[in-house]
Design a protein around this ligand. Structure first.
Ligand code: HEC
Length: 199
């Protein structure tokens, strides 16, 4: 059996690899922080989820470590649904701002959405257990580009006053919400007493 320390060593290696790829070499302090976040997330997961998380590929662990480090607002109490409601509110605010030609309002809300809060334990505890596999999670990087990448493009366009471009990116971002929900979420509020609704 793999020990928890082996996950964190893996995460450290991944973070080094990450630095070599794109965003400059993370400082030792960043790597330490990434490892601590991962450890904290693992500590609140059930043993069966911990096993599934440990079995993920190094690339997915690397991606999850990057996400955990990039999002500096991390809640110890909020669930994914609660974080999603906050994201929904930002999404609506961006729509309002674009429609009313309010660039600063759109840009601020888009940046808050791109750097949204993380729920207790990260994302994995809220997914159906059978979706916590390397294959199923391999869609996450493209979802991140669609949602958070487009949100940053909205912010840049809105700041320049180019609301037509912002509206275009708003569509791409929303397509990312839809794609992720189709992949990971069933019908909202579906009840175990009406099993046909569950996908
Ligand atoms: C990485 C995947 C992912 C992305 C991207 C994503 N969501 Fe979600 N969302 C989920 C999952 C999974 C749930 C169900 C969580 C649960 O039931 O515990 C959810 C739930 C929600 C909910 C709560 C009610 C419901 O429908 O279940 C809202 C509202 C929501 N998302 C809005 C959004 C919006 C708006 C965006 C885009 C800006 C978005 N989401 C992007 C995965 C995602």
């Amino acid at each position: 059996m793999i020990k928890r320390s082996q996950w964190t060593t893996g995460a450290a290696v991944c973070l080094i690899a990450l630095g070599a790829h794109a965003q400059g070499t993370p400082s030792p302090a960043d790597m330490q922080r990434g490892m601590e976040i991962m450890q904290k997330q693992m500590a609140v997961m059930s043993p069966e989820l911990v096993e599934k998380a440990k079995a993920l590929s190094p690339e997915i662990k690397q991606f999850l470590a990057k996400v955990a480090m990039r999002h500096e607002r991390r809640s110890d109490t909020l669930t994914l649904v609660q974080v999603m409601h906050e994201i929904m509110a930002e999404h609506q605010m961006i729509g309002t701002a674009i429609a009313t030609d309010n660039g600063p309002m759109a840009a601020d809300a888009a940046r808050r959405l791109a750097f949204h809060r993380l729920p207790r334990g990260g994302m994995l505890p809220y997914l159906p257990l059978e979706k916590v596999t390397t294959e199923s999670l391999s869609v996450l990087p493209s979802m991140e580009i669609a949602v958070e990448g487009s949100a940053m493009k909205i912010a840049e366009a809105a700041e320049k006053g180019d609301m037509a471009a912002a509206a275009h990116h708003y569509g791409d971002m929303t397509a990312g919400c839809v794609a992720c929900h189709m992949h990971f979420r069933g019908q909202p509020g579906a009840s175990a007493y009406m099993p046909r609704l569950k996908k």
